[in-house]
Design a protein around this ligand. Structure first.
Ligand SMILES: N[C@@H](CCC(=O)N[C@@H](CS)C(=O)NCC(=O)O)C(=O)O
Ligand SMILES: *[C@@H]1O[C@H](CO)[C@@H](O)[C@H](O)[C@H]1NC(C)=O
Length: 221
């Protein structure tokens, strides 16, 4: 049976990018559909009635929601090529633990770094760097979070690197200065074709963030 794969997404979403990277790792052909989150499509509302968020992967008319669930689903369905989850249950549990840590911590604090100012910004920057350092220590001296090869946790985190320029510019910080090993890891990830080809240009993310700052009334227009 011909596979029908649709991804409901938004170009700047680090969650959506996870699905794009995983699909690219597996060489899956799919139809990309950009959503306008202020005017969501019927298909999005029907496919993710609980959260009404992107990304949603629709595989042969069956929707799968939540980016990490989607990445695991992709890994299980297209299991012949480029395994993403570690094969050992303990390593798998560890990868899921850290992916969950990223979701619980990094998004919200990162958002504060590019939207807040004054004391709130200073507190957010401090916490942001602590989170990245925690992740950097989990990386240790390994080439990738998955060890020798790029895997599940690498997928979960590398999409944030497209926002690093925005965090640095809006927040006034240098991630490379605080986390040199993590910065080297980003470069290693981007040397993999299916990774770099799936991620948007950080300059476009920055433009998008500046547009949102205006919408939020942070910068006078
Ligand atoms: N935990 C979700 C987060 C997804 C998410 O936050 N998506 C945002 C865009 S980055 C969204 O669709 N927001 C629309 C809304 O909240 O109305 C995941 O991992 O997929
Ligand atoms: C909302 O999206 C629909 C198509 O999905 C389009 O026809 C309509 O013009 C859009 N409305 C606004 C206000 O952008």
């Amino acid at each position: 049976m011909a596979e029908k794969v649709i991804l409901l997404d938004l170009f700047a979403s680090m969650f959506g990018m996870r699905a794009r990277v995983a699909l690219a790792a597996k060489g899956v052909q799919y139809e990309y559909r950009e959503e306008d989150l202020r005017n969501k499509s019927q298909l999005l509302l029907q496919s993710n009635p609980v959260h009404k968020k992107i990304p949603v992967l629709i595989h042969n008319d069956k929707p799968v929601c939540e980016s990490l669930v989607i990445v695991e689903y992709i890994d299980e369905v297209w299991n012949q090529k480029y395994p993403l989850l570690p094969s050992h249950p303990y390593q798998r549990a560890q990868a899921r633990f850290w992916a969950d840590y990223i979701d619980k911590k990094l998004y919200a604090v990162g958002r504060m770094v590019w939207t807040k100012s004054g004391e709130e910004l200073e507190a957010a920057k401090k916490e942001f760097v602590e989170i990245l350092k925690q992740l950097e220590s989990e990386l240790g001296d390994k080439a990738f979070f998955g060890g020798e090869s790029f895997g599940f946790l690498d997928v979960a985190l590398v999409t944030y690197s497209t926002w690093f320029h925005t965090y640095e510019t809006c927040g006034g910080l240098s991630i490379g200065e605080h986390c040199p090993k993590l910065s080297e890891w980003v470069k290693r990830c981007l040397e993999i074709d299916f990774v770099s080809e799936s991620l948007p240009d950080p300059a476009k993310i920055y433009d998008f963030a500046l547009m949102l700052r205006k919408v939020f009334g942070i910068d006078a227009s």
